[in-house]
Design a protein around this ligand. Structure first.
Ligand SMILES: NC(=O)c1ccc[n+]([C@@H]2O[C@H](COP(=O)([O-])OP(=O)(O)OC[C@H]3O[C@@H](n4cnc5c(N)ncnc54)[C@H](O)[C@@H]3O)[C@@H](O)[C@H]2O)c1
Ligand SMILES: [Zn+2]
Length: 350
């Protein structure tokens, strides 16, 4: 995997050079978009990356609805009917939903074709486009089907953030906060300060640091068998909170916000189980509260959320396993957490 790190002036020109090189001779490009990235991002991409000017494009519904096996099947059919062979390259232009779906389709088509991720949302640039995890949702459960399939190239160009709505920016900040919590105290404190002081600016340097931390962790453990699991901080709670919010009459929470709430729960348990400094929980809670209203749960809600947590992919031998923190940059993976502790953390969320 080659990563083109964020630069306002040169990311797409580097991609242009890479796609003009021998490795992509005779490649046939398909670009996967949703309605928003078709309107806001595709014109810039094909203007600046000459080899993509003849590309065909495929559009799918916006958001989680596209991470569905029926949509993946339609895309495989389109590729097959167009005569796409193994030299086909799928270019995923969009947020995490597009790169999760596109990566899945590329992994499955003719036992695997190359794909290029061009993230256009903050979640995508900070996290989803990097690392080769692809995923579809199954029934009400997030990311239950997927392959590891590394993208040939990840090209991060912050100019795509110019059209991203504020809510989507805030949503993405939580994956950055998570990565910095486990990977860089200095960047974590810098990002918290900016959010608390209302001076938020996502610079190319900050994005690059986040992408580099994730890339380095993935390199050590591409198949999520050990250290990569530290990136799941907040996600055992987060995925369940997200699924519950979509299917149990709550207001639906996007992935980043659900992870944001999950991080409060994880830090709460970290204070109790691993002696994390409570000031870290308090400061993070203040940061999260600046970005959205944390959900308030009753006992009935906790039972609903627990149902989803019991299905988490990371569970083993019936235990619900979480990543917790001893300190910033000191995560502990695979900690069994009792259902009563989970109820307590959810009830104390707000
Ligand atoms: N594979 C991984 O490692 C990984 C990591 C983190 C998150 N994820 C997945 O990512 C998904 C969430 O990502 P997301 O929030 O980017 O979702 P998304 O793809 O739905 O994008 C969010 C919204 O922003 C719009 N958008 C994207 N770029 C835009 C732009 N430049 N201008 C205007 N609108 C734009 C999209 O159309 C959509 O409405 C979840 O499904 C999550 O599970 C995967
Ligand atoms: Zn995530």
């Amino acid at each position: 995997m080659k990563t083109i790190l964020p630069s306002r002036t040169s990311s797409l020109s580097r991609l242009n050079r890479m796609l003009s090189a021998k490795a992509f001779d005779n490649a046939r490009f398909f670009i996967l978009v949703d309605e928003n990235t078709y309107t806001h991002c595709l014109p810039t991409l094909i203007t600046k990356v000459q080899p993509l000017q003849q590309a065909e494009f495929m559009e799918v519904p916006v958001g989680e609805d596209c991470k569905d096996i029926a949509i993946a099947t339609q895309l495989w059919q389109t590729l097959l009917e167009s005569g796409a062979d193994r030299n086909t390259v799928l270019v995923n232009l969009g947020g995490g939903c597009i790169t999760d779906l596109g990566g899945f389709v590329a992994a499955g088509y003719k036992r695997g074709i190359r794909h290029i991720n061009i993230p256009t949302s903050l979640i995508g640039m900070a996290d989803a486009a990097i690392g080769g995890k692809t995923a579809l949702n199954l029934d009400n459960s997030k990311n239950q089907i997927g392959f590891f399939h590394q993208p040939a190239i990840v090209c991060i160009d912050p100019q795509f953030l110019d059209t991203l709505p504020d809510g989507e920016m805030f949503n993405g900040l939580f994956e950055m906060l998570k990565t910095f919590m486990v990977g860089s105290q200095q960047h974590y404190q810098q990002l918290c300060d900016m959010i608390l002081q209302g001076t938020l600016q996502i610079s190319a340097d900050l994005l690059a640091s986040c992408a580099e931390i994730k890339t380095a962790i993935v390199k050590q453990d591409p198949h999520d068998l050990g250290i990569r699991r530290i990136l799941n901080l907040g996600h055992t709670f987060g995925h369940a909170i997200e699924a519950y919010s979509h299917h149990d009459g709550q207001s639906p929470l996007a992935h980043g916000f659900a992870v944001g709430a999950g991080l409060v729960c994880a830090l709460y348990l970290s204070v109790r189980k691993l002696g994390l400094d409570p000031a870290i929980l308090d400061r993070y809670r203040a940061v999260a509260a600046k970005l959205f209203a944390l959900p308030h749960y009753t006992l009935r809600d906790t039972e609903g959320i627990l149902t989803y947590m019991r299905q988490d992919k990371k569970n083993a031998n019936g235990d619900i396993l979480c990543v917790l923190l001893q300190d910033l940059s000191a995560p502990v993976i695979d900690l069994p957490v009792a259902e009563n502790e989970i109820r307590d953390a959810l009830l104390k969320l707000s």
